[in-house]
Write a protein that binds this ligand. Structure first.
Ligand SMILES: [Zn+2]
Ligand SMILES: [Zn+2]
Length: 313
């Protein structure tokens, strides 16, 4: 068990509004966030037997896991923060897996995310939910902005400035150029598999619906939730310069990324869910890769480092 040293409690934070959020605000946010998930949960039993089969579920699950871990282990913990070092085949595999998420190319994802850490919740952060203020309407607008509105900004984060290491790496530049090819493969591979496995056009169509549309949509919303929900709601256990929070119920779908408070407190740490009981599947995968010898120099958390960053109760 981790032993946490006692630290003096920090004073009131100047960025925190003296008026806390009301219960009604929290309930409204919760309903809005839960609605698409309720719709999806309803669609599953309705479609079962005619529009959804175990083959669709397996394909969707497989692609969700590969592209999702490609984002969390690859684009985020490895390429952006250098939480570990990877051998060349592993580096390329992580770049491909991350690109299958259809989020951004390796270089653009990393540049944008490094900028987020540099300015987190201040002016210059590409996607802070606090951009418009902390009142109910301002924060609702800010949550939508942080979730997906920011994606429609025309300004692109400067690649040379924020990802100088990646633009110099010929492997990464190739992955960056091949992003459209990998994105298209991620769209068409699930229906191809579904069609071949069921040997039917209908099987192809249902695999496209679940394995491509639902899988990509769900992964995108989970990724965006880290930018929106995890900067507004949840627990603050570690000291950070921003409003990053830990959100336990997103830990499994986000592969451990929703332990976002520790992540902002210690960005290069390979494990985000570092406290007892915090599930972090990405860290588990990094551990497997380390045991297999594919990655090395992993920056695992130490009790002393965690204690130094923890806010005293
Ligand atoms: Zn963040
Ligand atoms: Zn990060």
């Amino acid at each position: 068990m981790t032993v946490i040293a006692e630290r003096p409690a920090p004073g009131p934070k100047p960025e925190v509004d003296p008026e806390p959020k009301t219960t009604i605000e929290l309930v409204v946010f919760g309903v809005v966030v839960a609605m698409p998930l309720i719709a999806l949960a309803t669609a599953v039993p309705l479609a079962w037997g005619w529009g959804l089969s175990w083959i669709d579920i397996t394909i969707a699950f497989l692609f969700y896991v590969i592209s999702g871990l490609g984002v969390t282990v690859g684009l985020h913990r490895y390429f952006t923060h250098g939480s570990f070092k990877a051998k060349r085949p592993m580096k390329i595999a992580l770049g491909i897996a991350g690109s299958l998420s259809l989020e951004m190319s390796v270089i653009d994802w990393v540049a944008t995310h490094r900028k987020h850490h540099k300015f987190s919740d201040k002016e210059g952060d590409p996607h802070s939910p606090w951009r418009f203020g902390s009142g109910f309407l301002a924060l609702t607008k800010g949550l939508l902005w942080a979730h997906m509105g920011w994606l429609f900004e025309t300004d692109r984060t400067n690649r040379e400035k924020y990802a100088p290491d990646l633009v110099k790496d010929p492997d990464i530049v190739r992955l960056h150029r091949l992003f459209p090819v990998m994105a298209i493969s991620s769209i068409f591979l699930p229906p191809l598999l579904g069609g071949l496995l069921t040997w039917s056009w209908w099987g192809m169509l249902t695999a496209f619906f679940w394995g491509t549309l639902v899988r990509i949509g769900l992964l995108h919303h989970v990724t965006w939730s880290i930018n929106s929900i995890c900067h507004v709601f949840g627990e603050e256990v570690f000291e950070s310069r921003d409003k990053s929070r830990n959100v336990w119920w997103l830990a499994i779908p986000s592969f451990g990324e929703s332990w976002h408070n520790l992540h902002h407190s210690d960005p290069t740490c390979a494990r985000h869910g570092a406290l007892k009981g915090q599930i972090d599947p990405s860290a588990g995968v990094i551990r497997w890769f380390e045991k297999a010898g594919w990655v090395y120099g992993v920056r695992w958390p130490t009790p002393e480092r965690l204690a130094a960053k923890r806010i005293a109760d």
